[in-house]
Design a protein around this ligand. Sequence first.
Ligand code: CP
Length: 310
Amino acid sequence: KRHLISTGDLTRDDALLILDTAEELARVSQRSIKKLPTLRGRTVVNLFFEDSTRTRISFEAAAKRLSADVINFSAKGSSVSKGESLKDTALTLEAMGADAVVIRHSASGAPHRLATWVRGSVVNAGDGTHEHPTQALLDAFSIRRRLGRLEGLKIAVVGDVLHSRVARSNVLLLHTLGAEVTLVAPPTLLPVAVGTWPCQISYDLDAVLPKSDVVMMLRVQLERMNAAYFPSAREYSRRYGLDRDRFARLHDDAIVMHPGPMNRGMEISAEVADSPRSTIVEQVANGVTVRMAVLYLLLGGSEPAIGGAE
Ligand code: CP
């Protein structure tokens, strides 16, 4: 495949190839702190029209670890403020020799449009409320590392599904990989089309927790929220927040995840976020490895990816 835009485009074999390649890259990285020569001479452009900490930095770290040249483009401070279109911005970057463009954009579908304009690979780093495929891949990788498998696991994805590109990408990917996903949210924070997604729906977090192997908390996206379907933070926390009492309802091997950034004290308490059964810090570290695997598989190196650090 040339682009990574939706986890819905990945077959089970595609997804497992990415996870297994990431596993192998993690093993190589542990043996050597030096760069791999795999993408030497290739250029990766990080094209970010929306804010990001984890995704932008980890794509940069991943590309550099594979010896690619990296150009970081942030819409703030660019000619976008003078009205330049996405297409003209993309063609400008293409003229500078981009082999891959990693794009984050507030408009759902922007990476799909971009892929029709540029010759290089397009990687979706989050588009509107649509998808965030590398987040789902790093989440699947983190679950498999902690629990040893994905097939048959019961995974609860909890909170602001309405605005969450992470939720959609995870539902599609985890279903493909054989897990059973339950979305848990107030009815006002579920998208209208959720009935067509390959998952269960529940409004009752307390009932779902004891049956779950993984609980993935979503950030309440206050910047996109409408008061009509989010009455108050206190009420939300009372019904859907993962605090100490709810955490106690989980079975002993269950893990807690969050893609970040977190609203500590709203969807997750600090105590739960920092507990040994939270994978939140591991998810960030695994993000670099998984994004290395994605860039390697899309761009193909002139050198074998695995083996031989310089
Ligand atoms: N999880 C995630 O996408 O975080 P950033 O917005 O910081 O990239």
